[in-house]
Design a protein around this ligand. Structure first.
Ligand code: FES
Ligand SMILES: [Fe+2]
Length: 425
């Protein structure tokens, strides 16, 4: 059951196959309808299991514009609870993450268990015969996880998470191979906001077209081998697949798309020699060291899962829509739980170099997104084009519409899903 309802308006026509109206970035009514028809109805990524590692661990985040708490309870189950007291609606938890036995609302101290049951009411005599505790738990979202990725939804009648993920699951599995057989762990995260609509960021994840232009300064800051790996503009193996349900994958470095497949042609980069020496000294075999070194670059593709989570390089990118023209982005660096610490450390440095606040990559992206918002606001009726590569799109044997990585196949997939969801009543 979808539990949050707002008045409906028909906006689905504003997205066509090859273009969308600029209003999609600027109209607050469209934003409100997106919350109701997309973010309250589908599976939304809320946490990685390593962020809530043991009983009592919790993290706060949002599903659409609604504040939620993700918890691991005493039985080890994951819960997603609306962060809204059943008394008069105050948020019951304002910490980003931590460990707790439960949650006590700071306003009048109603207290709740880790799975949301109302445990205690102070001065209860005024509630005798008035409030039955069982009737007032924190609202619970349906919560499921796949490969350590936890998703939640207000829609209790939705299809199982795995059906929603569909063919994206194949790519999630490939992405996680960079953990080299160890459990994946979130090493840390940082957030920022940009002054633009959430879909501008959603588009960016599988937009290979901007890479050589926007990321020129990053290309100039890395060694020749890394720059070569990312010069995919003329590489026919660099493709974008539409995976269905709004998901897409953009493969930049095909040789890294499945780390278990190694044709032996890749040279290990000299800049990693200190790690090779360190691991050899620790007794790791040459084969194992080679596997580690190849995983250092991340997965070689960007996987975009509609509506709010991307897996790229060695990080998750989480989208949180704040308002029609403000979006929060979380970059969460991932590493190995139990693997060599030197690799996790080096990965963090690589991550900072591109995604960090002082990095050479993401700040340049954000500049582009701000500009799109300003331009779209100038004339919201003028269309935004997503037609690049329509003339060369084909379907693979898996049934995936496919074109070159610089084409806008991924965006067309996302907007197709957007249109379907916005058409539903
Ligand atoms: S609003 Fe939470 S106890 Fe009153
Ligand atoms: Fe970029």
């Amino acid at each position: 059951m979808t539990t949050i309802e707002r008045p409906t308006r028909g906006f689905a026509d504003l997205a066509e196959k090859d273009r969308v109206a600029g209003q999609l970035y600027t109209d607050p009514e469209i934003f409100a309808e997106e919350m109701r028809k997309i973010f309250y109805r589908t599976w939304v990524w809320v946490a990685h299991e390593s962020e809530v590692p043991e009983a009592g661990s919790f993290k706060t985040t949002q599903v659409g514009d609604q504040p939620v708490i993700v918890t691991r309870d005493r039985k080890g189950n994951f819960n997603t609870l609306l962060n809204r007291c059943r008394h008069r609606g105050a948020t019951v938890c304002d910490q980003r993450s931590g460990k707790a036995n439960g949650f006590t609302c700071p306003y009048h101290n109603w207290s709740y268990t880790l799975d949301g049951r109302l445990r205690g009411i102070p001065y209860p005599d005024g509630y005798e015969g008035v409030v039955e505790k069982n009737d007032f738990p924190l609202q619970k979202l349906r919560t499921e996880s796949y490969l350590g990725m936890i998703f939640a939804t207000f829609n209790h009648e939705i299809e199982p998470l795995e059906d929603h993920l569909g063919d994206a699951k194949i790519w999630m599995e490939r992405f996680l191979k960079q953990s080299n057989g160890f459990p994946t762990k979130v090493l840390g995260s940082h957030k920022f906001r940009f002054k633009g609509n959430w879909k501008i960021q959603l588009e960016n994840t599988t937009d290979g077209y901007h890479f050589p232009m926007v990321h020129k300064s990053w290309m100039a800051s890395v060694d020749a081998e890394t720059a070569n790996m990312m010069s995919f503009m003329d590489d026919p193996a660099a493709q974008t697949h539409a995976l269905g349900n709004g998901h897409s994958v953009a493969i930049m470095a095909a040789a890294h798309a499945d780390l278990d497949v190694d044709d032996g042609s890749e040279e290990i980069q000299p800049r990693f020699q200190h790690l090779v020496d360190e691991l050899a000294e620790a007794g790791e075999s040459p084969e194992r060291i080679r596997r580690y070194m190849r995983s250092m670059h991340g997965c070689g593709f960007n996987l975009n899962m509609f509506p709010n989570i991307a897996m790229s390089s060695s990080f998750f990118r989480v989208l949180i829509p704040i308002s029609v023209d403000v979006t929060e982005v979380w970059h969460m660096a991932i590493g190995m739980e139990g693997g060599p610490e030197s690799i996790n450390r080096e990965r963090l440095r690589i991550h900072e170099h591109f995604q960090g606040p002082f990095g050479f990559g993401s700040p340049d992206d954000a500049e582009g997104w701000d500009r799109v918002q300003i331009g779209a606001g100038g004339n919201p009726n003028m269309p935004i084009l997503v037609n690049r590569g329509e003339n060369r799109e084909f379907t693979t044997e898996e049934g995936w519409p496919t074109s070159h990585v610089t084409d806008e196949t991924g965006m067309r997939e996302s907007y197709g899903m957007w249109k379907r969801m916005m058409s539903d009543d």
